[in-house]
Design a protein around this ligand. Structure first.
Ligand SMILES: Cc1cc2nc3c(=O)[nH]c(=O)nc-3n(C[C@H](O)[C@H](O)[C@H](O)COP(=O)(O)OP(=O)(O)OC[C@H]3O[C@@H](n4cnc5c(N)ncnc54)[C@H](O)[C@@H]3O)c2cc1C
Length: 492
């Protein structure tokens, strides 16, 4: 066991919420650390979601969720400019095909107005069809929200993480928290081989956040996961839809969302499938079938042979719990607001933060960091804090003169490894330098394997670069951490 290291505030969990909380902590004059169980950040809920920056018209007026979402949406351009992350305000259409959907359109419009959302209007079916001629005929009304955006959730998470590190946040990877206890005014945290001591702790452990809290306090809220499926389509002949489309079904149940992503693909989903005891990300045949059937109905011209990938996600549904004898029993209805539990002084637990957690990650991080900094008596700003993270070199975004100059200076940027996405060796080496240790870690950072061939042509080269740069044998390189060895080695 290593010696104890002291911090003012420690963040547990390196998803979007933890990385943004860490980023904001570094804007104060204090010592902070981020602790992550896995070999990399952005491997939990934050890695599979819809990538939508919501406006706030879906949230109940007067709630923290509504307030933060509206505020976050307005400043998203600025945030993405600071962190060099892509963001496109595509606008969204909530489309209805009957009286039930029309009521939802009206209710969300009224709700949005009350929340102060700008750029909302109710369209007739004909107006909506003119904006999106690919949608099935028969639209009865639609809610246009011009402020809805799409971003790159992976890039956002890594950018916040790198920005936090650049501003002085200490990071502990491969450090699962197994004990959290109060000693006087301090918290003592056992995380892998490390022992950390801090005055305040921000528990951002996603699906595990309730278990972490229960290491030191009785249960208040528990996460009961369910599963979601997505399909990704290539759009070789141009976009099928221009806006983010929310299809409101006439029958009770889940509609379909179509998301034109920042890199020109089309994301369909999420489905809603039961979770089971152990949350896992495998796709479900029922969910994929639902997506295909609904998509064919909502966008009749959609060419489903262009699907290049299916992936699964896990929703962290929060439920209040009550004690019955020895057992803790969840209430029947889930919690809809953001749950920030503060069971003991100096501990904040974000439990079951669902949509719009991506939209609000920066705003939530700012709020929590501010409260924790005040609690530890170090609310003075850090004069050296730099909110900007420079964009790593991306040859495909450069004009030919700039690309030539980059390649002359660094020849690795001239060797294309992923032909579908035009990703070079230089970018892959840069991703590894920035912390990627798995094939998926490289993919999430710089994109090899995201294109039409899904890595069939480049995975072995990326694996080789990982092995050589990390100084390990190719047999030790994994797709996505333990138990995902690629070359037939034995799983751990
Ligand atoms: C299907 C789906 C679609 C969504 N779509 C959108 C959207 O379009 N727009 C939007 O605004 N929001 C969306 N969201 C919400 C958003 O994705 C989440 O709110 C956000 O990603 C939650 O991030 P997190 O940091 O809480 O969790 P995570 O990303 O899961 O991070 C938690 C981290 O804690 C680590 N951890 C766990 N246990 C321990 C331990 N013992 N010790 C140390 N570390 C530990 C994990 O390894 C993980 O890295 C969506 C969510 C889902 C599920």
């Amino acid at each position: 066991m290593s010696t104890e290291v002291r911090y003012d505030v420690v963040v547990l969990g390196g998803g979007l919420l933890g990385c943004f909380a860490a980023r904001h902590l570094t804007s104060y004059r204090l010592r902070c650390a981020l602790v992550e169980a896995r070999e990399d950040v952005c491997t939990g809920i934050s890695r599979s979601n819809s990538a939508i920056v919501y406006t706030g018209c879906d949230n109940k007026p007067g709630t923290l969720k509504a307030r933060l979402c509206v505020q976050a949406n307005r400043s998203f351009e600025q945030l993405c400019a600071q962190l060099s992350v892509s963001f496109v305000r595509r606008g969204s259409l909530l489309v209805s095909y009957g009286p039930r959907g029309d009521q939802v359109v009206r209710r969300k419009y009224d709700q949005g107005q009350e929340n102060g959302v700008e750029g909302l209007s109710i369209l007739t079916g004909a107006q909506a069809a003119a904006l999106e001629p690919g949608l099935a005929p028969g639209i009865t009304s639609a809610l246009l929200a011009s402020g809805t955006g799409v971003t790159d959730p992976w890039a956002l998470c890594y950018a916040a993480y790198e920005n936090a590190q650049a501003n002085g946040c200490q990071v502990y990877l491969n450090a699962p928290v197994t004990a959290l206890r109060r000693e006087g005014k301090d918290w003592v945290i056992a995380a892998g081989t490390h022992t950390l001591r801090a005055r305040a702790v921000l528990n951002c452990c996603g699906l595990e956040a309730h278990r972490i809290q229960e290491l030191c306090a009785p249960p208040t809220v528990r996460v009961i996961p369910d599963r979601a499926d997505y399909l990704v389509l290539d759009q070789p002949t141009g976009p099928y839809v221009h806006h983010v489309i929310f299809q409101e079904p006439e029958q009770k149940g889940k509609g379909l969302t179509l998301i034109p992503t920042t890199d020109g693909k089309l994301l369909l989903g999420p489905s809603e499938q039961p979770g089971g005891a152990a949350p896992h990300r495998a796709v479900t045949p029922e969910g994929l079938d639902f997506l295909r059937r609904t998509a064919a109905r909502v966008v009749p011209g959609l060419d489903l042979s262009q699907v290049i990938r299916a992936f699964g996600a896990v929703r962290p549904n929060p439920f209040s719990v009550r004690q019955e004898g020895e057992a803790w029993v969840p209430e029947d209805k889930g919690i809809h607001s953001f749950t920030i539990s503060t069971p003991c002084p100096g501990l904040w637990s974000l439990i079951g933060i669902k949509t719009p957690g991506l939209t609000c990650a920066d705003a939530l991080g700012a709020m929590l960091a501010g409260e924790a900094a005040a609690y530890v008596g170090k609310g003075r700003p850090n004069p050296d804090f730099d909110p900007c993270r420079p964009l790593p070199p991306r040859p495909r975004d450069l004009d030919s003169a700039a690309r030539r100059a980059l390649v002359q200076a660094h020849p690795a940027y001239g060797r294309v490894i992923c032909r579908c996405e035009d990703v070079t060796e230089g970018e892959i080496l840069d991703a590894i330098r920035r912390g990627a240790v798995t094939l998926d870690g490289v993919k999430r950072r710089v994109g090899p394997g995201l294109g039409r061939c899904q890595g069939s042509w480049c995975a072995d080269q990326v694996l080789d670069l990982l092995a050589r740069t990390l100084g390990v044998s190719p047999e030790e390189v994994t797709q996505d951490g333990a138990d995902s060895l690629l070359l037939g080695g034995e799983g751990t």
